[in-house]
Design a protein around this ligand. Structure first.
Ligand SMILES: [Zn+2]
Length: 148
């Protein structure tokens, strides 16, 4: 486990985010622009959101591991309004996508898509991981592999 910054500093870097023992490694990874999700050391299954115990084999040997960030859009919604967040423009409107990651069927991560027209953000579209800065910290986002 990486202990490059203290838990207190980690919480301070992500105000408003629900940082827990189970997801602290994920947030530490974000600071290095590395997308980490929990994987079971015993059965090899990935799972998200993070839990202390593998939901498949009940092993406690769960550790955050890097994922490629490649995947396909599983679900997309477009927010016309929402809480004021720096960098979020609801007039576009703002896309929220759940991506099914290439690592494993059913392993999904929710973020947004950058650099694409909303009309091109479709179910099944292949995406790759990208990083932007929001609130002074890196945010994992996705971009379309083929821009339309
Ligand atoms: Zn397991």
């Amino acid at each position: 486990m990486t202990t490059d910054i203290s838990d207190e500093e980690l919480v301070a870097r992500f105000p408003g985010e629900p940082i827990t023992h189970d997801n602290a490694a994920h947030y530490r990874g974000r600071l290095r622009r590395q997308l980490l999700l929990n994987r079971c050391d015993d059965c090899g299954r990935w799972h998200a959101p993070p839990k202390p115990v593998c939901p498949d084999c009940w092993s406690w040997r769960v550790a955050a591991q890097p994922v490629s960030g490649d995947g396909e859009i599983f679900m997309a919604i477009f927010l016309h309004r929402g809480p004021a967040v720096p960098g979020v423009d609801y007039s576009t409107p703002y896309p929220v996508v759940t991506v099914e990651l290439a690592e494993q069927e059913g392993l999904r991560f929710t973020s947004t898509v950058v650099g694409a027209d909303n009309a091109a953000i479709r179910i099944g579209a292949p995406v790759r991981l990208a990083w932007i800065e929001r609130n002074g910290v890196p945010l994992p986002v996705f971009e379309l592999k083929e821009s339309v």
